[in-house]
Design a protein around this ligand. Sequence first.
Ligand code: ADP
Ligand code: MG
Length: 347
Amino acid sequence: MSVKKSLILMLFAASAFFVGCGSTNNDDRKTYEAVTRDVFAMDTYMNMKAYGKEAETALEEAENRIHKLEEELSATSETSDIWKINHSNGNEVALCDDTAVLIEKAIEVGSCTNGALDITVFPILKEWGFTTGEYHIPEKAKLDTLLSNVDYRKIEIDGNSVSIPYNSEIDLGALAKGYTGDEIMKIFKSHGIDSAIVSLGGNVQAIGSKPDASAWKVAVRDPFSPDTDMCVVEVKDKAVITSGNYERFFTDDYGQKYWHIIDPADGYPADNGFVSVTVIGDNGLNCDCLSTALFVAGEDGYENIIKEYADYDFIFVTDDEKILYTKGIADNFQNISSMTAEVIAVD
Ligand code: ADP
Ligand code: MG
């Protein structure tokens, strides 16, 4: 399936549960109709839905913000901050505030996850063809050469000024949509909106609850059958962000699948026991960083990481078809797949 088609499917799955808000209560919020907007940006389909007096203005502002962030953060646009950094030949580059915030965060989560999140994997993503769709399996020697320049600890950032080593390149694909979700939420709140939901290519983020005061129901896809949903989680005021091995991938002549989340330890698609990781929490940026990092950290590495993020909840799907989730969402989690689902204990 093409990337675009799968993104469209993903969008509809993510949105399937937040359409309709039938209610009989006469709460003030109910007097507002839903205002919606679809946007294609950051290589993905996004949709937004908000209730409130200023919803129309809020959506307009949010759309402008999305395009602005895309302009700043896209690794492939020649006018972006990321392009400037990647073509800086080791020299210092002045960044806008958004880019600086994201690089700082990427370094912080990189160190918290023992390098599972490493934004300097970009040359490896390019080598596999994930930036162009012209996929190929690199020679191991080529990956080893590229890996010698992969190390987020060599990024130097001081306020809005950054430098990376000659031959290094970065990309914020693992973080950008989570941050964008947070920024949209800020805009919505500044317009007095207290009921809204957005899906940025399957990354869902909500303000408040549905207008009838019930929780938003967010579907998470089944990584083994990405056209169907695996579970539903009910959330209020939270982001629900997933990294999966079905989001962007290609298969070779033997049916072997290669996906877009790279293990910085060896340069190959991360294959450490998880095929999908969903993170649920207040902060979209943290959720996005963690979903990618935990996908890489895998079954052996996830525990130490989630201990550090006690306010967040997690849903893991293992490559042997088991769902593991944290107890914070146990009351708001419904398994609708044929896989077994069990709560994981975290000390
Ligand atoms: P998606 O953007 O598909 O929803 P993710 O948030 O997991 O999923 O981000 C995947 C993107 O992150 C990749 O397309 C790539 O740009 C980047 N990436 C891949 N592997 C890593 C990694 N180990 N560390 C940091 N970024 C990565
Ligand atoms: Mg991510």
